[in-house]
Design a protein around this ligand. Structure first.
Ligand SMILES: [Zn+2]
Length: 103
């Protein structure tokens, strides 16, 4: 977030940043959604929903033991947060459909 907003984020208290974000969203007729801070967004495989027991902060990429997909920590977390936010907003489940496997 700091990369996106530059010095502004570090200069302001985070609560102040959120207040400004809500103000801008309201002005642009957008909605800011909050999700539970304890949702395991990094440890949950976006593809199959498998949740790892533990994921060290130094591990930036991991292979899902269930579906064997390789997940980048931040990208996977962002997708999970987006899915939770979308379902919170009543947009339904935005989880990507699994490809059909022909046998
Ligand atoms: Zn998986």
């Amino acid at each position: 977030m700091q990369r996106l907003w530059g010095r502004k984020v570090s200069d302001l208290a985070f609560g102040e940043f959120l207040r400004i974000l809500e103000w801008v969203a309201k002005k642009k007729n957008k909605q800011v959604l909050y999700i539970d801070r304890w949702i395991p967004s990094s440890k949950t495989c976006f593809h199959c929903g498998h949740i790892l027991d533990d994921l060290d902060l130094s591990i930036r990429e991991w292979r899902c033991p269930s579906c064997h997909s390789v997940n980048g920590r931040d990208e996977n977390a962002a997708k999970n947060i987006c899915a939770v936010g979308a379902s919170t907003a009543g947009l339904g489940d935005v989880r990507r459909a699994l490809p059909a496997i022909a046998v």
